[in-house]
Design a protein around this ligand. Structure first.
Ligand SMILES: Cc1ncc(COP(=O)(O)O)c(C=O)c1O
Length: 499
C-alpha cells in the first residue's frame, strides 16, 4: 500500500521528529482535510493570520487558502464557493450548467494546488517525506507540478517539476519564478499527451533515494482530497441553487475532463449525497476511454493516453470526447473584445457570465462543452443541474489564443468570424462522441489500465484489481479522518499552531 500513498500510521519516527521540529521553527501549520472542506471551522486566530498575506505569496499561511471558498479577490471569503451559472444564451441548452471557479485558488490560480497538498501532506505526517533530505518530484503536464512546487515551498520542502517541454510558455514563466534552483524544472520530450516520457524520467529520478516521486495518477491522496473538498464544495453550490429556486432541482451529473482523474472523485461524493451521475470527458483527438485511442491534442491538463490508477472507473456513467478544435476556437471567442461583444449583442449573454469567461481555461471550456453534450443527450430541462469546474483560467493560455489568431486570422478577427466559431463549436456541440457506460463498457476501460499499471509500472495485479470493487473506494475514505488526526498530532508536536 505504501506505493499508493495510503499509509495511515507513522512509518519513520525519526523522520517525523525532524519534520515537526523544522515545521515548528518555520511556523508552518497544516490544515486538516476537514478544514479545507469547511474553512469556516478553522480557528479564528489562524483565519485572522491570513489578513495581509497575498494570495500568491510564498507564505505557509496560504495553506489555509487551499479551498473553494476564496472570493474573486482571492483574499476574501466566499460564503458559497464562487461559481457561475450558464444559461441558454451561452450554452444553447435549457439545462442549468453551473461551473465552480478554480482560478480563485492561491499561488497558481488553479485547483491542482489542492491535489498537490492531498499528496504531500499524508507523506509528511506519516514520516515518509523528510524535508531536510528529500526532494519532492512533481510529474505533470502543467498545473499539478506548479501546485507541487508551490506546496513544497510553503511546507519548507524542495520541489522539482517534471513536465513536457512543449507546454505553454505561461507555465514555464511561473515555474521559473517559484523554483529554488533552475535545475528544479525538468523538461521531457513532447507535449500534453506524452505522459509515458514523464514516467520514464521519473523512473530515472527514482534511482536517487533522496527523490520522492509524487505520481498524481496513482497517489490516492489526490482522489481523496477531491472526493471530500471538491465534492463538498459542489454540493454546497447545488444546495445554494436549490435554496434560491422556487422549484425542485435535480443534480443530474458532475462533469470532469480527466487528467489524473483526481477531480472526478468529487463525482463519487456527489453521487452518494445527491444521486447524480458522473461524466468523464477527454479530448476527441486522444479518445482513450471512448475508443482505446491515442493521439496529440491541445486541451492542456487532460487526456494522457492512459487510465489513471485513481480513477474509479466502475462508478463512471458517461464518457464524452470534445475536440481541441472547439476549445481552441472558443478560447478566442471568450477572450477577445470582438468575441465578447458578439456574445453580448447577438446572444444576450448576461454581464455576470461575460465577466466569468476569463476564468475558463482550455479544459474548463472542454468541461462546459461536455456538459452541453450531456444536456442534449439526456434532454435536460432548466430544473436539471449539470455541475462542473473551471480548473484554471484564460490567463494561462494567452499565448495559445494569440498563436491561434495569428494562424487563422492574420487579417484580423471580426464579429462574423466569432459568429461562425460560436455556431460551429458552441451551439453546434452535438450528442456525438458521447457514450453511456454499461457494465461491459466500464470493464473495458478498467482493463485498459492494466497495461500502464501492471505491465509498465509494476503495480501488483491484486492491488490493481481490488479497484473493481466499490468496497475498496469506500474503505479508503476512512483514511481522511485518520490523516486529520495525524495532522492535529503533527501540529501539536511542532508547536507552530500554539505559537
Ligand atoms: C487545467 C487542468 N484541467 C484539468 C485537469 C484535470 O484534472 P485531474 O487531474 O484532477 O483529472 C488538470 C490537471 O492537471 C489541469 O491542469
Amino acid at each position: 500500500m505504501e506505493r499508493l500513498g495510503l499509509e495511515v500510521d507513522v512509518v519513520d519516527q525519526s523522520v517525523l521528529e525532524r519534520t515537526t521540529s523544522r515545521f515548528g521553527e518555520r511556523g508552518i501549520v497544516l490544515p486538516t482535510f476537514h478544514e479545507l472542506a469547511h474553512p469556516m471551522t478553522v480557528a479564528r486566530p489562524v483565519r485572522a493570520g491570513l489578513d495581509g498575506v497575498g494570495a500568491d505569496d510564498a507564505d505557509p499561511r496560504n495553506l489555509f487558502r487551499i479551498h473553494w471558498h476564496n472570493d474573486a479577490t482571492r483574499v476574501g471569503y466566499a460564503e458559497v464557493p464562487d461559481h457561475v451559472v450558464l444559461g441558454p444564451e451561452l450554452t444553447g441548452v435549457e439545462a442549468t450548467i453551473v461551473v465552480a471557479l478554480a482560478d480563485r485558488f492561491p499561488m497558481i490560480g488553479a485547483h491542482k494546488v489542492l491535489a498537490s497538498y492531498g499528496c504531500l501532506a499524508p507523506r509528511v505526517i506519516t514520516g515518509q517525506f523528510d524535508p531536510t533530505r528529500h526532494r519532492a518530484i512533481w510529474p505533470s503536464t502543467g498545473n499539478y507540478c506548479r501546485g507541487g512546487v508551490a506546496i513544497s515551498r510553503l511546507m519548507g520542502c524542495r520541489g522539482v517539476a517534471v513536465l513536457p517541454e512543449r507546454m505553454s510558455r505561461e507555465r514555464f514563466a511561473w515555474l521559473e519564478a517559484w523554483v529554488q534552483d533552475p535545475g528544479d524544472i525538468v523538461k521531457t520530450p513532447g507535449s500534453e499527451s506524452n505522459v509515458k516520457e514523464i514516467y520514464d524520467e521519473c523512473n530515472r529520478l527514482a534511482g536517487d533515494p533522496t527523490n520522492v516521486i509524487f505520481n498524481q495518477f496513482s497517489e490516492f491522496g489526490n482522489h481523496l482530497v477531491h472526493y471530500l473538498v471538491t465534492g463538498h464544495a459542489i454540493g454546497e453550490i447545488f444546495e445554494d441553487l436549490q435554496a434560491r429556486s422556487s422549484t425542485e432541482l435535480s443534480l443530474h451529473a458532475f462533469v470532469s475532463a480527466t487528467g489524473s482523474a483526481g477531480t472526478i472523485a468529487a463525482g463519487d461524493y456527489l453521487k452518494e449525497h445527491f444521486g447524480s451521475g458522473i461524466l468523464a470527458a477527454e479530448a476527441l483527438e486522444c479518445p482513450t476511454m471512448l475508443s482505446n485511442g491515442f493521439g496529440e491534442h491541445n486541451i492542456q491538463g487532460i487526456g494522457d493516453k492512459h487510465v489513471p490508477l485513481i480513477h474509479n472507473v466502475m462508478n463512471t456513467d458517461y464518457v464524452a470526447a470534445v475536440s481541441h478544435r472547439a476549445t481552441d476556437a472558443l478560447n478566442v471567442v471568450f477572450n477577445t473584445d470582438v468575441g465578447r461583444a458578439f456574445l453580448a449583442a447577438r446572444r444576450q449573454v448576461p454581464e455576470t457570465v461575460l465577466r466569468a469567461l476569463g476564468s475558463f481555461g482550455l479544459s474548463s471550456i472542454c468541461n462546459i462543452l461536455a456538459a452541453i453534450k450531456l444536456a442534449k443527450h439526456s434532454n435536460l430541462g432548466p430544473h436539471d443541474v449539470v455541475a462542473t469546474v473551471a480548473t484554471d483560467g484564460a490567463p494561462m493560455y494567452v499565448s495559445e489564443r494569440d498563436a491561434y489568431l495569428a494562424r487563422r486570422y492574420p487579417g484580423g478577427f471580426d464579429e462574423h468570424d466569432a459568429a461562425l466559431l460560436v455556431g460551429e463549436h458552441l451551439l453546434g456541440a452535438g450528442e456525438d462522441h458521447l457514450r453511456e457506460l454499461d457494465h461491459a463498457e466500464r470493464v473495458r476501460i478498467f482493463n485498459l489500465g492494466y497495461f500502464t499499471w501492471v505491465e509498465q509500472q509494476g503495480v501488483p495485479v491484486d492491488e490493481f484489481s481490488q479497484r473493481l470493487m466499490p468496497s475498496f473506494w469506500h474503505e479508503i475514505r476512512g483514511m481522511l479522518e485518520r490523516w486529520d488526526e495525524l495532522i492535529r498530532e503533527f501540529n501539536a508536536r511542532s508547536g507552530a499552531a500554539a505559537a
